[in-house]
Design a protein around this ligand. Structure first.
Ligand code: ADP
Ligand code: MG
Length: 616
């Protein structure tokens, strides 16, 4: 048999390597910006169009390249940054593989313009799909400009795989944030489709954070500083009361490189333990400096995971340093009797008005009397205790149950909840009998036996279909707020809000002005209580951050799901009889009744036969 093994031609090998290095436009942004940093630039411009699909340009004022180097830089494994294997253990640069430019040039149209300080004239190289088209001598300023057009022009499958411009833009913005935060002294400009997104002057770390995440961030920051033989820790944490639903503002840098480390993240969570409300995430911007010999970043070209030699020590130091900062800046209340409670109620409870618990605990409640439902204002198809604001009701609910020390049976009979459907009472079929069990299930009878309904899931289903319908037919009912709310968000959160704004309007939100760090809301869907708006917005942003919906259909779906999840009655909430009946009727009027929007079983049936069998 003839020999069949061949060496792949360079351009094919490069294309294969490109698959590793360049996954999406943001990978190109990362590589080009890191090259600019490595070249010692003090000013870097990033220009993109259409989510980076049509154009990505990075212009720096770094050291530039000679004509020969310029050409060589597109060869695979061509690098000026390491010479021998040992250099790998003493890296001070971002790049070292010499793969990036070769990979990018294999799958895009690239134009490089570069000049060194010493040379009088510069070099311009055009390269497309690994083939050099032209190389000219041109007049150029010191530094390098890299222009990357038509990414994946020769790999249609990859090009089609790219997400919408907005989604790709968001990946690029994330990458930009990481690099700009890691190098506060370098000035950055960022332009997207001709308009400028960021003009960041070279600055200190704190100012850089504030420039990126908005003016309001400044008051939230607490400095962290510690130096030991193993590590120098510096940066900022956000005060616990500003912990958010979204994880957007969590950054670790190791030797000026953005890294992800679930392990070290855990150390921070440990330090914040008991200080932030459940389901929220502390913000941090922490920079670790270690001896380059004790860190291995050589895992994968696109991965941000690193390996530290002594992770356990780092963990312990990080945790205690952060704790120390929280204490030192009086973020943690001192342990005296007056403030002690704040440790258990980690949000700024002292600012809350005392009437919250009063609303819930019915002082006239007498377990030996027939319970009287409390009347209150109605505000639409809401099954919740209408006066209890926001998520605090979870806490308040817990407090009540702990204080009273009563058995569950007593709770079942406690009808705290008012009916909020007074004016539509007639609509409900009074022949239905319902019963609430353990503040979690609604039990009702059907011909063949009984149904046990999970109240929270059932309500999620009802709300989900309702919102989805509103989004589709675009006619939601919204209530005008007396005073518009102004909520503050970071620039990246604002960009997510802008993306989903249209859909939010279809469910009933009314927006006023949206600036770079805040948004004005003048109307909300009927189901939404004003005090919950901030929480709902945060939840939405966080959901969208974690799972990027590709098209508008999945965007609507996600929005409906998030709203349903946030607004539904929860386990632990007492429903009065009327609300129980309405929930049951609403559920069975849904298109789908058996599953919640999150694919969980909504109810089970127990037939008479099942029951009879138990009696045998
Ligand atoms: P690496 O960064 O891993 O060395 P790259 O393919 O990214 O590999 O770049 C190859 C080489 O091209 C670099 O080692 C550097 O010498 C040169 N180079 C790339 N970009 C620039 C730039 N913006 N300014 C100066 N030199 C650059
Ligand atoms: Mg590089």
């Amino acid at each position: 048999m003839a020999d069949i093994i061949r060496l792949l031609p360079d351009h094919v090998a490069n294309q294969i390597a490109a698959g590793e290095v360049v996954q999406r436009p943001s990978s190109v942004v990362k590589e080009l910006m890191e090259n600019a940093i490595d070249a010692g630039a003090t000013e870097i411009q990033l220009i993109i169009k259409d989510g980076g699909k049509t154009l990505i340009q990075v212009v720096d004022n770094g050291k530039g390249m000679s004509g020969t180097d310029a050409r060589l830089s597109f060869e695979r494994h061509a690098t000026s940054k390491i010479q021998k294997a040992e250099d790998l253990f003493n890296l001070n640069t971002k790049g070292f593989r010499g793969e990036a430019l070769a990979s990018i040039a294999a799958i895009a149209h690239v134009e490089m313009l570069t000049k060194t300080e010493e040379d009088d004239i510069g070099t311009k190289i055009k390269i497309e799909g690994s083939k050099i088209v032209t190389q000219e001598v041109v007049v150029a300023p010191k530094g390098t400009s890299m222009l990357v057009k038509n990414l994946f022009f020769n790999i249609p499958a990859r090009r089609n795989f790219l997400k919408s411009d907005q989604v790709e833009y968001r990946h690029i913005a994330d990458e930009f944030h990481r690099i700009a935060l890691a190098h506060p002294r370098v000035a950055f400009n960022f332009y997207n489709n001709g308009s400028d997104v960021f003009q960041l002057p070279g600055n200190d770390f704190r100012k850089r954070i504030v420039h990126i995440f908005g003016r309001k961030t400044d008051e939230k920051l607490v400095p962290v500083e510690e130096e030991t033989q193993v590590v120098k820790i510096s940066g900022y944490i956000q005060k616990p009361e500003f912990a958010k639903k979204s994880r957007g503002e969590q950054f670790f840098f190791a030797n000026n490189r953005f890294i992800k480390s679930p392990y070290l993240h855990h150390a921070i969570l440990g330090a914040f333990e008991g200080l932030i409300r459940p389901g929220t995430h502390p913000g941090y911007f922490l920079s670790l400096e270690v001896d380059p010999g004790t860190i291995d970043i050589n895992i994968h070209p696109t991965k941000t995971e690193v390996k530290f030699d002594d992770e356990h020590t780092l963990y312990a130091m990080l945790k205690s340093t952060v704790k120390h900062s929280l204490g030192q800046f009086n973020v943690v209340p001192a342990l005296d009797f007056e403030q002690d409670q704040n440790l258990d109620t980690p949000y700024s409870y002292k600012n809350k008005t005392v009437d919250i618990p009063q609303v819930v605990v019915d002082s006239s409640f007498n377990p030996f009397e027939t319970a009287q439902p409390v009347k209150s204002n109605t505000n639409g198809g809401n099954y919740k205790k209408p006066k209890v604001d926001g998520w605090e009701n979870l806490y308040v609910g817990l407090e009540t149950s702990a204080d009273s020390g009563a058995s569950h049976l007593e709770f079942e009979s406690e009808v705290v909840n008012s009916s909020i459907f007074d004016n539509e009472k007639e609509a409900v079929d009074h022949s239905t009998t319902t019963f609430q069990m353990r503040k979690k299930y609604i039990i009702t009878t059907i011909k063949s036996g009984m149904v046990v309904i999970n109240q929270s899931r059932a309500h999620q289903r009802v709300l989900y279909e309702n919102f989805l319908k509103n989004i589709t037919i675009k006619e939601a009912v919204s209530q005008q707020l007396l005073f518009p709310l102004t909520l503050s968000f970071s620039t990246s959160e604002i960009s997510i809000l802008r993306e989903i704004k249209e859909n939010l309007c279809t469910v009933g939100f009314v927006f006023g002005e949206i600036s770079d760090d805040g948004v004005e809301i003048s109307g909300v869907p009927v189901l939404v209580v004003e005090s919950e708006v901030q929480m709902i917005m945060e939840q939405l942003i966080s959901d969208f951050q974690q799972e990027v919906p590709g098209d508008s259909f999945s965007q609507s779906d996600m929005l409906a799901k998030t709203l349903a999840k946030t607004l539904s009655v929860k386990t632990g909430e007492t429903l009065d009889e009327f609300s129980q009946v309405k929930l049951v009727n609403d559920l069975f009027a849904c298109k789908e009744t058996t599953l919640s929007p999150f694919n969980k079983k909504v109810y089970i049936t127990v037939t008479e036969n099942d029951i009879e069998r138990k009696f045998i």
